[in-house]
Design a protein around this ligand. Sequence first.
Ligand SMILES: [Ca+2]
Ligand SMILES: [Ca+2]
Ligand SMILES: [Ca+2]
Length: 141
Amino acid sequence: MASFPNPGAALSAPDGDGDGIPDNWELVHGTNPDAADADADLDEDGHTTLEEYWANTHPREASSRLHLQALHFEPMQGRVALRFFAPAWRSLTVEYLDALGESPWRTLTQVPPGPVGAPIEIVDPTPMRPARLYRLAVLPY
Ligand SMILES: [Ca+2]
Ligand SMILES: [Ca+2]
Ligand SMILES: [Ca+2]
């Protein structure tokens, strides 16, 4: 599960069509800076272009999307490993809940922004429970 907090008015780069995505990002990624098309999902990866901008993934490559894999390794003695691709220049937090409806989400770890996107694998130090929900949150930058 991935979530995308609204970066709101923090954006200062020019955004000619007012769709929340700066012109320069649209030009680099092949979307139209003159048409508000933030809701489009050009590569049909399940994420809108606005979500892809927040996650700094590519809106025209379906393999480029923010997603979280949970893995269970036997040698890890009941620990859960999480694998995801951290896009360049975005801060992420990995959060969890132990039951649906619990609140708020708790932080498992934070991933600081870096210049190069990189695959990340972390291990939840808590022994595996009957249920635990994880999500990736992209932080405003
Ligand atoms: Ca725009
Ligand atoms: Ca997409
Ligand atoms: Ca994509």
